[in-house]
Write a protein that binds this ligand. Structure first.
Ligand code: URA
Length: 442
Protein backbone atom coordinates (compact mmCIF):
# COMPACT_ATOMS: atom_id res chain seq x y z
CA UNK A 1 0.00 0.00 0.00
CA UNK A 2 1.20 3.50 -0.66
CA UNK A 3 0.50 6.80 1.05
CA UNK A 4 -2.66 7.18 -1.03
CA UNK A 5 -4.76 5.12 1.38
CA UNK A 6 -6.07 7.52 4.06
CA UNK A 7 -6.53 5.95 7.41
CA UNK A 8 -4.12 3.10 6.67
CA UNK A 9 -0.85 4.85 5.96
CA UNK A 10 1.42 6.26 8.65
CA UNK A 11 2.69 8.79 6.12
CA UNK A 12 2.09 12.48 6.93
CA UNK A 13 0.80 13.33 3.43
CA UNK A 14 -1.22 11.66 0.74
CA UNK A 15 0.51 11.40 -2.66
CA UNK A 16 -2.80 12.00 -4.45
CA UNK A 17 -3.25 15.34 -2.65
CA UNK A 18 0.21 16.43 -3.76
CA UNK A 19 -0.51 15.39 -7.37
CA UNK A 20 -3.88 17.20 -7.33
CA UNK A 21 -2.28 20.36 -5.97
CA UNK A 22 0.20 20.51 -8.85
CA UNK A 23 -2.44 19.44 -11.38
CA UNK A 24 -4.58 22.39 -10.20
CA UNK A 25 -1.62 24.79 -10.46
CA UNK A 26 -1.18 25.30 -6.73
CA UNK A 27 2.22 25.78 -5.13
CA UNK A 28 3.53 22.88 -3.08
CA UNK A 29 4.53 23.66 0.50
CA UNK A 30 8.09 22.90 1.64
CA UNK A 31 7.08 19.93 3.87
CA UNK A 32 5.05 18.44 1.00
CA UNK A 33 8.08 18.62 -1.30
CA UNK A 34 10.42 17.18 1.34
CA UNK A 35 8.00 14.35 1.95
CA UNK A 36 7.21 13.43 -1.65
CA UNK A 37 10.90 13.28 -2.69
CA UNK A 38 11.86 11.27 0.39
CA UNK A 39 8.82 8.97 0.21
CA UNK A 40 9.46 8.27 -3.48
CA UNK A 41 13.11 7.44 -2.79
CA UNK A 42 12.18 4.91 -0.10
CA UNK A 43 9.33 3.43 -2.15
CA UNK A 44 6.36 4.83 -0.19
CA UNK A 45 5.23 6.84 -3.22
CA UNK A 46 4.71 4.56 -6.22
CA UNK A 47 6.25 5.06 -9.69
CA UNK A 48 2.83 5.77 -11.22
CA UNK A 49 2.18 8.49 -8.65
CA UNK A 50 5.55 10.14 -9.21
CA UNK A 51 4.97 9.88 -12.98
CA UNK A 52 1.70 11.79 -12.61
CA UNK A 53 3.38 14.41 -10.44
CA UNK A 54 6.29 14.79 -12.87
CA UNK A 55 3.81 15.30 -15.72
CA UNK A 56 1.89 17.91 -13.69
CA UNK A 57 5.21 19.68 -13.05
CA UNK A 58 6.08 19.51 -16.76
CA UNK A 59 2.72 21.01 -17.72
CA UNK A 60 2.27 23.56 -14.92
CA UNK A 61 5.84 24.34 -13.83
CA UNK A 62 7.21 25.16 -10.41
CA UNK A 63 8.16 28.47 -8.82
CA UNK A 64 11.83 29.14 -8.08
CA UNK A 65 11.08 28.49 -4.40
CA UNK A 66 9.55 25.10 -5.16
CA UNK A 67 12.43 24.18 -7.48
CA UNK A 68 14.98 25.19 -4.82
CA UNK A 69 13.22 23.11 -2.18
CA UNK A 70 12.94 20.14 -4.57
CA UNK A 71 16.69 20.42 -5.20
CA UNK A 72 17.42 20.53 -1.45
CA UNK A 73 15.24 17.45 -0.90
CA UNK A 74 17.11 15.54 -3.62
CA UNK A 75 20.47 16.52 -2.10
CA UNK A 76 19.22 15.32 1.31
CA UNK A 77 18.43 11.90 -0.17
CA UNK A 78 22.15 11.02 -0.23
CA UNK A 79 25.66 11.96 0.85
CA UNK A 80 27.45 15.28 0.40
CA UNK A 81 31.12 15.40 -0.46
CA UNK A 82 33.31 17.86 1.42
CA UNK A 83 36.56 19.20 -0.02
CA UNK A 84 37.14 21.84 2.65
CA UNK A 85 40.23 20.02 3.94
CA UNK A 86 42.09 20.51 0.63
CA UNK A 87 45.00 22.92 1.15
CA UNK A 88 47.15 25.16 -1.05
CA UNK A 89 50.95 24.82 -0.76
CA UNK A 90 50.84 27.88 1.56
CA UNK A 91 48.36 26.13 3.90
CA UNK A 92 45.27 28.13 2.84
CA UNK A 93 42.01 26.57 1.77
CA UNK A 94 42.28 25.30 -1.81
CA UNK A 95 39.46 26.49 -4.06
CA UNK A 96 37.43 23.96 -6.04
CA UNK A 97 35.68 24.44 -9.38
CA UNK A 98 33.65 22.25 -11.69
CA UNK A 99 31.98 22.56 -15.07
CA UNK A 100 28.76 20.98 -16.27
CA UNK A 101 27.69 20.81 -19.88
CA UNK A 102 24.11 20.01 -20.78
CA UNK A 103 25.55 17.80 -23.54
CA UNK A 104 26.27 18.07 -27.20
CA UNK A 105 27.97 16.49 -30.20
CA UNK A 106 31.78 16.47 -30.17
CA UNK A 107 31.76 18.05 -26.71
CA UNK A 108 35.10 16.85 -25.39
CA UNK A 109 35.82 20.10 -23.52
CA UNK A 110 35.99 18.49 -20.04
CA UNK A 111 39.10 16.55 -21.12
CA UNK A 112 41.45 19.49 -21.69
CA UNK A 113 39.56 21.80 -19.29
CA UNK A 114 39.93 19.88 -16.01
CA UNK A 115 43.76 19.63 -16.17
CA UNK A 116 44.00 23.19 -17.52
CA UNK A 117 42.17 24.68 -14.53
CA UNK A 118 44.06 22.44 -12.09
CA UNK A 119 47.33 23.80 -13.53
CA UNK A 120 46.46 27.07 -11.71
CA UNK A 121 46.10 25.43 -8.29
CA UNK A 122 42.30 25.13 -8.31
CA UNK A 123 41.12 21.59 -7.51
CA UNK A 124 38.71 20.16 -10.11
CA UNK A 125 36.44 17.34 -8.89
CA UNK A 126 34.68 16.54 -12.14
CA UNK A 127 31.96 13.92 -11.75
CA UNK A 128 30.90 12.89 -15.23
CA UNK A 129 28.49 10.57 -16.97
CA UNK A 130 28.24 8.13 -19.83
CA UNK A 131 26.58 8.89 -23.14
CA UNK A 132 23.00 7.97 -23.87
CA UNK A 133 21.54 8.58 -27.31
CA UNK A 134 23.30 10.96 -29.69
CA UNK A 135 25.32 12.95 -27.11
CA UNK A 136 28.61 11.44 -26.04
CA UNK A 137 29.69 10.76 -22.48
CA UNK A 138 32.98 11.93 -21.00
CA UNK A 139 33.59 8.59 -19.25
CA UNK A 140 33.10 6.64 -22.50
CA UNK A 141 35.70 8.84 -24.19
CA UNK A 142 38.25 8.45 -21.38
CA UNK A 143 37.70 4.69 -21.21
CA UNK A 144 39.24 4.43 -24.68
CA UNK A 145 42.61 5.12 -22.96
CA UNK A 146 44.07 1.68 -22.15
CA UNK A 147 43.83 0.93 -18.42
CA UNK A 148 41.88 4.08 -17.43
CA UNK A 149 39.38 3.56 -14.60
CA UNK A 150 36.18 5.62 -14.10
CA UNK A 151 35.12 4.27 -10.70
CA UNK A 152 36.91 5.82 -7.73
CA UNK A 153 36.01 5.70 -4.04
CA UNK A 154 35.61 9.00 -2.18
CA UNK A 155 39.00 8.55 -0.46
CA UNK A 156 40.76 7.86 -3.77
CA UNK A 157 39.12 10.92 -5.28
CA UNK A 158 40.27 13.10 -2.38
CA UNK A 159 43.81 11.76 -2.51
CA UNK A 160 44.01 12.34 -6.29
CA UNK A 161 42.77 15.91 -5.83
CA UNK A 162 45.52 16.48 -3.25
CA UNK A 163 48.28 14.96 -5.39
CA UNK A 164 47.25 15.89 -8.96
CA UNK A 165 44.58 18.59 -8.55
CA UNK A 166 42.10 17.13 -11.05
CA UNK A 167 39.92 14.07 -11.22
CA UNK A 168 37.32 13.05 -13.78
CA UNK A 169 35.33 10.06 -12.55
CA UNK A 170 31.87 8.50 -12.26
CA UNK A 171 29.52 9.84 -9.60
CA UNK A 172 29.16 7.36 -6.75
CA UNK A 173 25.80 5.71 -6.03
CA UNK A 174 25.50 7.66 -2.77
CA UNK A 175 25.12 11.06 -4.46
CA UNK A 176 21.47 12.22 -4.87
CA UNK A 177 19.90 8.73 -5.14
CA UNK A 178 16.47 10.39 -5.45
CA UNK A 179 17.65 11.87 -8.76
CA UNK A 180 18.88 8.53 -10.07
CA UNK A 181 15.45 6.98 -9.46
CA UNK A 182 13.47 9.96 -10.70
CA UNK A 183 15.61 10.45 -13.82
CA UNK A 184 15.06 6.81 -14.86
CA UNK A 185 11.30 7.33 -14.41
CA UNK A 186 11.29 10.62 -16.37
CA UNK A 187 13.16 8.91 -19.17
CA UNK A 188 10.27 6.48 -19.77
CA UNK A 189 7.33 8.82 -19.06
CA UNK A 190 8.00 11.73 -21.42
CA UNK A 191 8.86 14.08 -18.56
CA UNK A 192 12.58 14.69 -19.09
CA UNK A 193 11.96 18.13 -20.63
CA UNK A 194 10.49 19.87 -17.55
CA UNK A 195 12.84 22.78 -16.74
CA UNK A 196 12.36 22.60 -12.91
CA UNK A 197 13.13 18.87 -13.03
CA UNK A 198 16.17 19.24 -15.30
CA UNK A 199 17.55 22.11 -13.21
CA UNK A 200 17.03 20.32 -9.88
CA UNK A 201 18.45 17.08 -11.29
CA UNK A 202 21.67 18.69 -12.49
CA UNK A 203 22.12 21.05 -9.56
CA UNK A 204 21.35 18.51 -6.81
CA UNK A 205 24.29 16.41 -8.04
CA UNK A 206 26.61 19.39 -8.44
CA UNK A 207 25.77 20.86 -5.03
CA UNK A 208 26.05 17.45 -3.31
CA UNK A 209 29.44 17.01 -5.01
CA UNK A 210 30.69 19.89 -2.87
CA UNK A 211 32.31 22.17 -5.45
CA UNK A 212 32.83 25.81 -4.43
CA UNK A 213 32.46 27.21 -7.95
CA UNK A 214 30.48 25.94 -10.91
CA UNK A 215 30.37 26.95 -14.56
CA UNK A 216 27.44 25.69 -16.60
CA UNK A 217 27.76 25.27 -20.35
CA UNK A 218 24.15 25.30 -21.54
CA UNK A 219 24.04 24.17 -25.15
CA UNK A 220 21.55 25.55 -27.66
CA UNK A 221 20.73 24.09 -31.06
CA UNK A 222 19.91 20.96 -33.01
CA UNK A 223 22.48 18.77 -31.22
CA UNK A 224 21.47 19.99 -27.75
CA UNK A 225 18.83 19.08 -25.27
CA UNK A 226 17.42 22.62 -25.61
CA UNK A 227 16.74 23.45 -29.23
CA UNK A 228 15.76 27.08 -28.74
CA UNK A 229 17.57 29.89 -27.01
CA UNK A 230 14.65 31.10 -24.86
CA UNK A 231 14.28 27.72 -23.12
CA UNK A 232 18.03 27.32 -22.76
CA UNK A 233 18.17 30.75 -21.15
CA UNK A 234 15.34 29.86 -18.74
CA UNK A 235 17.16 26.65 -17.77
CA UNK A 236 20.45 28.54 -17.30
CA UNK A 237 18.80 31.24 -15.16
CA UNK A 238 17.03 28.63 -13.00
CA UNK A 239 20.28 26.69 -12.43
CA UNK A 240 22.37 29.79 -11.70
CA UNK A 241 19.80 30.88 -9.06
CA UNK A 242 19.83 27.39 -7.48
CA UNK A 243 23.63 27.40 -7.31
CA UNK A 244 23.87 30.92 -5.87
CA UNK A 245 21.18 30.11 -3.25
CA UNK A 246 23.19 27.07 -2.17
CA UNK A 247 26.36 29.17 -1.75
CA UNK A 248 28.06 27.85 -4.91
CA UNK A 249 29.58 30.61 -7.06
CA UNK A 250 27.73 29.78 -10.31
CA UNK A 251 27.75 31.26 -13.83
CA UNK A 252 26.39 29.91 -17.10
CA UNK A 253 27.38 30.34 -20.72
CA UNK A 254 24.88 29.72 -23.50
CA UNK A 255 26.83 28.12 -26.34
CA UNK A 256 26.01 27.04 -29.88
CA UNK A 257 25.29 23.39 -30.67
CA UNK A 258 23.94 23.72 -34.23
CA UNK A 259 27.14 22.13 -35.48
CA UNK A 260 29.54 19.70 -33.72
CA UNK A 261 32.37 21.06 -31.60
CA UNK A 262 35.74 20.46 -33.22
CA UNK A 263 36.38 17.93 -35.97
CA UNK A 264 35.55 14.70 -34.15
CA UNK A 265 32.50 13.01 -32.63
CA UNK A 266 33.19 9.65 -30.99
CA UNK A 267 35.36 8.31 -28.19
CA UNK A 268 39.08 7.68 -28.94
CA UNK A 269 39.02 10.27 -31.75
CA UNK A 270 37.78 12.89 -29.27
CA UNK A 271 40.59 12.00 -26.84
CA UNK A 272 43.03 12.41 -29.74
CA UNK A 273 41.63 15.88 -30.48
CA UNK A 274 41.78 16.83 -26.78
CA UNK A 275 45.47 15.87 -26.80
CA UNK A 276 46.01 18.23 -29.73
CA UNK A 277 44.45 21.03 -27.66
CA UNK A 278 46.60 20.14 -24.63
CA UNK A 279 49.65 20.24 -26.93
CA UNK A 280 48.83 23.83 -27.93
CA UNK A 281 47.00 23.07 -31.21
CA UNK A 282 43.56 21.68 -32.03
CA UNK A 283 40.46 23.15 -33.69
CA UNK A 284 39.78 26.84 -33.08
CA UNK A 285 36.29 26.37 -31.57
CA UNK A 286 37.44 23.72 -29.08
CA UNK A 287 40.33 25.94 -28.00
CA UNK A 288 38.08 29.02 -27.73
CA UNK A 289 35.51 27.29 -25.54
CA UNK A 290 38.12 25.52 -23.39
CA UNK A 291 39.93 28.78 -22.68
CA UNK A 292 36.73 30.74 -22.01
CA UNK A 293 35.34 28.11 -19.63
CA UNK A 294 38.71 27.92 -17.85
CA UNK A 295 38.69 31.72 -17.40
CA UNK A 296 35.16 31.53 -15.98
CA UNK A 297 36.01 28.65 -13.62
CA UNK A 298 39.16 30.35 -12.39
CA UNK A 299 37.39 33.67 -11.83
CA UNK A 300 34.50 31.94 -10.01
CA UNK A 301 37.11 30.21 -7.81
CA UNK A 302 38.76 33.56 -7.04
CA UNK A 303 41.80 33.26 -9.38
CA UNK A 304 41.86 36.41 -11.52
CA UNK A 305 45.29 36.84 -13.07
CA UNK A 306 45.56 33.53 -14.96
CA UNK A 307 46.32 33.03 -18.64
CA UNK A 308 44.85 29.62 -19.59
CA UNK A 309 45.67 30.00 -23.29
CA UNK A 310 49.35 30.16 -22.33
CA UNK A 311 49.10 27.09 -20.10
CA UNK A 312 47.93 25.12 -23.16
CA UNK A 313 50.91 26.40 -25.16
CA UNK A 314 53.63 25.85 -22.56
CA UNK A 315 52.72 22.29 -21.54
CA UNK A 316 51.49 22.98 -17.97
CA UNK A 317 47.99 21.63 -18.72
CA UNK A 318 49.47 18.59 -20.52
CA UNK A 319 51.61 17.78 -17.45
CA UNK A 320 48.48 17.67 -15.25
CA UNK A 321 46.63 15.58 -17.87
CA UNK A 322 49.38 12.96 -17.89
CA UNK A 323 49.37 12.72 -14.09
CA UNK A 324 45.56 12.63 -13.99
CA UNK A 325 45.34 9.78 -16.52
CA UNK A 326 48.14 7.79 -14.85
CA UNK A 327 46.58 8.24 -11.37
CA UNK A 328 43.48 6.44 -12.66
CA UNK A 329 45.45 3.52 -14.13
CA UNK A 330 45.62 4.88 -17.69
CA UNK A 331 48.73 4.88 -19.85
CA UNK A 332 49.05 8.40 -21.32
CA UNK A 333 51.55 7.11 -23.92
CA UNK A 334 49.58 4.06 -25.11
CA UNK A 335 48.28 4.21 -28.69
CA UNK A 336 44.54 4.87 -28.78
CA UNK A 337 42.23 2.27 -30.36
CA UNK A 338 41.35 2.76 -34.02
CA UNK A 339 38.24 1.65 -35.88
CA UNK A 340 38.72 -1.31 -38.22
CA UNK A 341 36.65 0.14 -41.07
CA UNK A 342 36.13 3.57 -42.59
CA UNK A 343 34.05 5.18 -45.31
CA UNK A 344 34.50 8.72 -46.58
CA UNK A 345 31.69 11.04 -47.76
CA UNK A 346 32.44 13.74 -50.34
CA UNK A 347 31.19 17.27 -51.06
CA UNK A 348 28.39 17.18 -53.66
CA UNK A 349 29.12 20.67 -55.06
CA UNK A 350 31.54 23.62 -55.08
CA UNK A 351 30.83 26.44 -52.62
CA UNK A 352 30.94 27.34 -48.96
CA UNK A 353 29.91 24.87 -46.29
CA UNK A 354 27.33 26.90 -44.36
CA UNK A 355 25.61 24.12 -42.40
CA UNK A 356 26.70 20.82 -40.85
CA UNK A 357 23.93 19.64 -38.58
CA UNK A 358 25.02 18.59 -35.09
CA UNK A 359 22.12 16.23 -34.43
CA UNK A 360 22.69 14.33 -37.70
CA UNK A 361 26.41 13.90 -36.97
CA UNK A 362 25.63 12.84 -33.39
CA UNK A 363 23.10 10.25 -34.52
CA UNK A 364 25.52 8.97 -37.18
CA UNK A 365 28.32 8.58 -34.60
CA UNK A 366 25.90 6.80 -32.27
CA UNK A 367 24.75 4.42 -35.03
CA UNK A 368 28.39 3.70 -35.93
CA UNK A 369 28.83 2.36 -32.38
CA UNK A 370 30.23 5.36 -30.48
CA UNK A 371 27.10 5.63 -28.31
CA UNK A 372 24.59 3.31 -26.72
CA UNK A 373 20.84 2.83 -27.03
CA UNK A 374 20.45 1.22 -23.57
CA UNK A 375 22.45 1.87 -20.41
CA UNK A 376 23.84 -1.69 -20.46
CA UNK A 377 25.23 -1.50 -24.05
CA UNK A 378 28.98 -1.38 -24.70
CA UNK A 379 30.43 1.35 -26.92
CA UNK A 380 33.12 0.96 -29.60
CA UNK A 381 36.22 2.95 -28.65
CA UNK A 382 37.26 3.68 -32.25
CA UNK A 383 33.85 4.48 -33.75
CA UNK A 384 32.64 7.95 -34.71
CA UNK A 385 32.72 10.66 -37.34
CA UNK A 386 35.81 12.63 -38.34
CA UNK A 387 34.99 15.91 -40.09
CA UNK A 388 37.29 17.32 -42.76
CA UNK A 389 35.58 20.71 -43.01
CA UNK A 390 33.63 23.00 -40.69
CA UNK A 391 31.00 25.61 -41.51
CA UNK A 392 32.72 28.57 -43.13
CA UNK A 393 35.12 26.42 -45.18
CA UNK A 394 35.24 26.63 -48.99
CA UNK A 395 34.78 23.20 -50.53
CA UNK A 396 35.12 21.71 -54.02
CA UNK A 397 32.85 19.00 -55.39
CA UNK A 398 34.43 15.60 -54.71
CA UNK A 399 36.54 16.77 -51.76
CA UNK A 400 36.29 14.64 -48.57
CA UNK A 401 33.75 16.12 -46.12
CA UNK A 402 33.76 13.50 -43.39
CA UNK A 403 34.94 9.97 -42.62
CA UNK A 404 32.73 7.45 -40.86
CA UNK A 405 34.53 5.03 -38.52
CA UNK A 406 33.34 1.71 -37.06
CA UNK A 407 34.41 -1.86 -36.31
CA UNK A 408 31.13 -3.16 -37.77
CA UNK A 409 30.68 -2.05 -41.42
CA UNK A 410 27.02 -3.12 -41.53
CA UNK A 411 26.42 0.09 -39.56
CA UNK A 412 27.50 2.41 -42.41
CA UNK A 413 24.15 2.50 -44.22
CA UNK A 414 22.10 3.59 -41.15
CA UNK A 415 24.75 6.19 -40.30
CA UNK A 416 24.55 7.59 -43.86
CA UNK A 417 20.76 7.77 -43.57
CA UNK A 418 21.20 9.95 -40.48
CA UNK A 419 23.42 12.29 -42.50
CA UNK A 420 20.95 12.85 -45.35
CA UNK A 421 20.31 16.60 -45.54
CA UNK A 422 22.93 17.33 -42.86
CA UNK A 423 25.23 19.31 -45.14
CA UNK A 424 24.35 22.71 -46.67
CA UNK A 425 26.63 24.16 -49.32
CA UNK A 426 25.94 27.72 -50.51
CA UNK A 427 27.47 29.69 -53.41
CA UNK A 428 30.99 31.06 -52.97
CA UNK A 429 31.00 34.26 -50.93
CA UNK A 430 28.30 33.06 -48.47
CA UNK A 431 29.08 33.00 -44.75
CA UNK A 432 27.45 30.92 -42.04
CA UNK A 433 25.80 33.02 -39.32
CA UNK A 434 27.38 31.49 -36.25
CA UNK A 435 28.71 32.62 -32.89
CA UNK A 436 30.05 30.01 -30.49
CA UNK A 437 29.36 31.83 -27.21
CA UNK A 438 25.86 33.28 -27.31
CA UNK A 439 25.54 34.78 -23.84
CA UNK A 440 26.71 34.73 -20.24
CA UNK A 441 24.29 34.46 -17.33
CA UNK A 442 25.42 35.25 -13.79
N1 URA B 1 21.04 15.81 -17.13
C1 URA B 1 20.72 15.51 -15.85
O1 URA B 1 21.58 15.18 -15.04
N2 URA B 1 19.43 15.58 -15.49
C2 URA B 1 18.44 15.94 -16.35
O2 URA B 1 17.31 16.01 -15.94
C3 URA B 1 18.80 16.24 -17.67
C4 URA B 1 20.12 16.17 -18.04
Amino acid sequence: MTASSPGVSAEPYDAVDVIRAKRDRRELADPQIDWVVDAYTRGAVADEQMSALAMAILLNGMTQRETARWTTAMIASGERLDFSSLRTPGGGRRPTADKHSTGGVGDKITLPLAPLVAAFGVAVPQLSGRGLGHTGGTLDKLESIPGWRAQLGNDEMMSQLERVGAVICAAGAGLAPADRKLYALRDVTGTVEAIPLIASSIMSKKIAEGTGALVLDVKVGSGAFMKDEARARELAETMVALGQDAGVSTVALLTDMETPLGLTAGNAIEVEESLEVLAGGGPEDVVELTVRLAEEMLAAAGVHSADPARALQDGRAMDVWRKMVAAQGGDPDAPLPRAKESETLYAPADGVLVGLDALSVGVAAWRLGAGRARKEDAVQAGAGVRLHAKPGASVRAGEPLMTLLTDTPERFSRAKEALEGAVTIAPAGSRPARRLILDRIA
